[in-house]
Design a protein around this ligand. Structure first.
Ligand code: HEM
Length: 448
């Protein structure tokens, strides 16, 4: 048997990390071009970072050999400042218990019931836009963030978040910036050191948690509670012990769902509008589908399955702009990926953004072409050529929720409005926290 070797990579990590700080996607993209699908960076003495792009490697790390990996502490410790030990962060038995408790709330039957929440809020958004003078310039990224936060808030609590929406949104954005900086900082001061950013982060985190905890406590005292995600989480019982979640466990899960459940969908929608604004032929097909299927009526939950082209637009957007552009893991034990040896306690990044543009698996990968996502085309593909929701046991629990929400919002807004680019300049990507358009996304709102 041939001995496993070490993947190639740059000799100077300092040069790479400087390029990474200036332009993370550009730095990884350049390294991918130079060294191929598996790269090793010597980060610090004794600490290696491996970057893998091939779908086989993604399948290996996320699925078939997932037991040799755990979520990377350097990313998840900063995240846990906000999400505690919620399902996104936890590991092992405790994660399995949380996942089992939460799974029923995300089954298709449960999600379908939320379709009316999604369409109602999307219609309200369209009504708000109706009041703007046609031709107004709007920040689509900002508008989608508010809308998706409203929807996940309603799905969780049925009511209650509206009044606090702005406060939540601002505190979240600031807290997310702090976490992103902390993830990328080579040295992290302990949080008890009273620096200004630490104090500000704590204030923002406390504001977010107070809002969520208040809604949980209100529900504890409510009779005839509505059938929403929060009641499902509160009613969920551990199969072995019959135990239910405490307020602090609920708080971590609620924070996780509010945050994981709005930011990702909001950036997907922003990119979808950006792509549609620059691809009139795709927009035309989408409008044709909406006209044929909806016949001028507003979309309802039942229409979701009848809008296959709209959904492929969402899927293709998630290919080109996966909100979670890379997945980071740590090796628990030594491993071998595609013939390369991976040292124990190394950091492995699975490069979703790059796999989604891998020329061996996608024809004309840079082109926006929703046709790739017809059932027949999808069946022909490597299962891990496309994984915007991750894969294996830790796959996104909200993937059905997200696809339904993005499809229904897109259908509702495209039926009534056309969003035009305000500039011929390409929109820059800001890969902090999630893959967002840099400095928002300014577009011209035209009534149809
Ligand atoms: C387009 C939208 C979305 C994208 C691209 C996305 C992406 C992802 C990815 C890549 C992961 C796996 C992270 C990893 O393996 O390290 C994940 C996990 C997760 N997502 Fe999503 N997500 C989306 C929407 C949602 C929504 C709407 C919710 C909830 C309402 C949600 C809740 C979660 C949770 C709770 C986890 C952790 C699951 C676990 O570890 O068991 N996500 N998401």
């Amino acid at each position: 048997m041939a001995l496993a070797t070490t993947p190639p990579g740059p000799s100077s990590y300092i040069a790479f990390s400087k390029a990474y700080r200036d332009d993370p996607l550009g730095a990884f993209g350049q390294a991918w071009k130079t060294y191929g699908d598996s790269i090793r960076f010597k980060a610090l003495p004794g600490v290696d970072v491996y970057f893998v792009v091939h779908p086989d490697a993604a399948a290996h790390v996320l699925n078939s050999h997932g037991q040799a990996y755990r979520k990377a502490a350097s990313v998840h410790q900063p995240l846990s400042l906000l999400l505690g030990n919620g399902i996104l962060i936890s590991e092992g038995e405790s994660w399995l218990r949380q996942r089992r408790l939460m799974n029923p709330a995300f089954h298709r039957q449960s999600i379908v019931k939320l379709a009316s929440v999604m369409t109602r809020f999307a219609q309200e958004q369209a009504d708000r836009w109706e009041r703007y003078p046609t031709g107004s310039t709007i920040d689509v990224a900002e508008e989608m963030q508010q809308l998706t936060l409203e929807i996940v808030g309603e799905a969780l609590f049925s009511t209650g978040l509206e009044a606090q929406l702005d406060s939540f949104s601002i505190a979240f954005r600031r807290a997310a910036e702090f976490i992103n900086d902390r993830i990328n900082a080579p040295f992290k001061l302990p949080m008890w050191v009273p620096t200004k950013p630490h104090r500000q982060f704590t204030e923002n985190r406390d504001r977010l948690q107070q809002i969520a905890l208040h809604l949980i406590q209100l529900r504890r005292h409510q009779q005839n509670s509505p059938l929403d995600l929060l009641s499902m989480l509160m009613a969920a019982q551990d199969a072995d012990t019959g135990a239910q979640m405490s307020d602090s466990e609920l708080l971590d899960e609620v924070m996780t769902l509010l945050i994981a459940g709005h930011e990702t969908v909001s950036v997907t929608l922003s990119w979808a509008f950006h792509l549609l604004g620059n691809h009139p032929e795709v927009l035309q097909r989408l409008q044709d589908e909406l006209e044929t299927v909806l016949k001028g009526n507003p979309p309802s939950g039942e229409d979701y399955m009848q809008l296959p082209y709209t959904r492929t637009v969402v899927e293709e957007t998630l290919r080109l702009y996966p909100p979670v552009w890379g997945l980071s893991r740590e090796t628990i034990e030594a491993d071998e990926i595609q013939g390369y040896s991976i040292a124990p306690k190394s950091f492995v990044i699975v490069g979703t953004y790059f796999t989604h543009r891998h020329p061996e698996f996608w024809t004309a990968p840079e082109q926006f072409n929703p046709e790739r996502f017809t059932e027949a085309e999808a069946l022909k593909r490597h299962k891990f050529a496309y994984y915007p929701f991750g894969g294996g046991p830790r796959i996104c629990i909200g993937n059905q929720f997200a696809l339904m929400e993005a499809t229904l919002i897109l259908a509702t807004l495209v039926q009534r409005f056309h969003l035009e680019p305000t500039s011929a300049q390409p929109v820059e990507i800001d890969p902090t926290f999630t893959l967002r358009p840099k400095n928002g996304l300014s577009m011209r709102l035209v009534r149809r």
